[in-house]
Design a protein around this ligand. Structure first.
Ligand code: BJ8
Length: 424
């Protein structure tokens, strides 16, 4: 049988071609139904359609070429991992997909079924040899954010070179000291992997670049405050998901062009849904590519999503690393402090997240918030009780949903979301 160029590449990367082809064949129609069926999309989304159209091809090929030329690829699962060290040393960081039901059955042969879908999907991609980004990477970086993840990483270490960063549970002086050391240890590990030294100069450049991408995402977020909304929540989510594994400079360009176009649309009063459409803020667990389930249901019910308080949303871009520091040690300290501001439910207490949700709901003029919880994620499920209380006090309507990646509960979710939208 003759292999296509992509199939040859996947085969060279040691992937299991048969199930992988099934995954690729399934993705096209799903994308068509969820994304391409939308009306009034910004032209700037054409780039993201192109990326998803060859999701395991063109970018993987770039990474492979980079590796052939002696470069390193560092795969990550969490926004706690400081990607700046990778860019500074010429390594390429890629955030791994963990958002599909497809990779879960193989994971459930090993992991307990009552584990969160994100963990099972991540593990299944490696175990089933279904993800070329995992295969092409020289190192996977995990973190101790939740118990399920850290135990899964021990198993994954049997399959792939792993490095795990310890994230503290509290942000006090002891937690900060631990994190400062963890960040420095990770920096040393990246220097060792790449054979390149981190200097004030190359780190300063990397900080500026990643901040520039964050600035474009912050700009996108503020543009989404317009009514009518200039872009759907689905499209904004997709741009975020893709930029987590794409080249940082290309993303700055693409996002800038998209934002310029959205600004024009706002000036002309154009949007993706009529003025006055119900506006929803999503808050909670991250939605790793290609998890578009909740956004699709909400927007198919006639509302528009205007923001995501999530690691595939504001937690990815809100905080900038301070620039203009010329001493390497101070630079690393400032960088570590920036990452410690990630308001993940793994922290106790995590009051800052409650403040973020309320601020975002107000800034984006959301009519209501949907709290998204991946089933079996205890940190977010328990924190949702406090989110409920804080939003109640702030007079912001909230719906709490708990789901996974399967379609089994889609009908039931839609009924609940329709009912919630009616009350707004
Ligand atoms: S900084 S949210 S990306 S840890 S959903 S695996 S917590 S059981 S993903 Fe996360 Fe980093 Fe925090 Fe963000 Fe565990 Fe919960 Fe699953 Fe989770």
């Amino acid at each position: 049988m003759t292999l296509t160029a992509n199939e040859q590449m996947w085969s060279d990367l040691g992937m299991d071609l048969k199930p992988h082809n099934q995954l690729m064949n399934a993705l096209g129609p799903i994308y068509g139904e969820i994304y391409l069926s939308q009306k009034n999309r910004p032209q700037g989304m054409g780039f993201y359609d192109f990326v998803v159209g060859d999701i395991h091809g063109v970018r993987v090929n770039e990474l492979r070429e980079h590796a052939k030329n002696g470069g390193k690829v560092v795969a990550t699962y969490c926004v706690f991992v400081p990607e700046e060290f990778c860019w500074a040393t010429g390594a390429i960081p890629v955030s791994l997909c963990a958002g599909t039901q497809f990779s879960i059955p193989v994971a459930e042969e090993v992991l307990p079924r009552n584990t969160c879908a994100l963990i099972k999907s991540s593990y299944g991609f490696k175990l089933g040899r279904l993800c070329p980004y995992v295969q092409v990477s020289h190192l996977i970086v995990g973190e101790t954010t939740c118990d399920g993840k850290k135990k899964m990483f021990e198993l994954m270490a049997e399959q792939h070179p792993m490095y795990v960063m310890e994230v503290p549970n509290k942000r006090g002086p002891a937690g900060r000291a631990l994190w400062q050391q963890e960040v420095r240890d990770f920096m040393a590990r990246i220097e060792e992997l790449t054979g390149n030294k981190i200097t004030a100069e190359n780190l300063g450049e990397a900080i500026k670049k990643v901040n520039d991408r964050r600035r474009e995402f912050k700009r996108l977020s503020s543009l989404r405050a317009a009514d009518p909304a200039p872009i759907s929540g689905k499209d904004a989510l997709l741009a975020t998901q893709v930029s987590m594994y794409d080249d940082v400079e290309r993303e700055i360009q693409m996002m800038k062009a998209l934002n310029d176009e959205l600004e024009e649309r706002i000036n002309k009063g154009q949007g993706v849904a009529p003025k006055g459409t119900k506006r929803i803020l999503i808050s909670g667990s991250p939605m790793a590519l290609p998890n578009w389930k909740l956004h699709h249901i909400v927007e198919s019910s006639g509302a528009v999503i205007v923001g995501e308080e999530s690691c595939t949303g504001s937690r990815f871009y809100d905080e900038l690393v301070p620039e203009g520091i010329d001493n390497l040690d101070d630079m690393v300290t400032a960088l570590a402090d920036r990452y410690l501001k990630t308001n993940c439910a793994c922290f106790t207490p995590n009051c800052e997240r409650l403040e973020d949700i309320i601020r975002m709901a107000r800034d984006l003029k959301a009519d209501g918030v949907i709290h998204y919880n991946l089933q079996f994620c205890h940190t977010y499920a328990n924190e949702a009780v406090q989110v409920d209380k804080a939003l109640d006090e702030a007079g912001i309507p909230l719906l709490r949903v708990e789901t996974d990646y399967s379609d089994e509960d889609a009908g039931q979710l839609k009924t609940r979301i329709d009912a919630f939208l009616e009350t707004l």
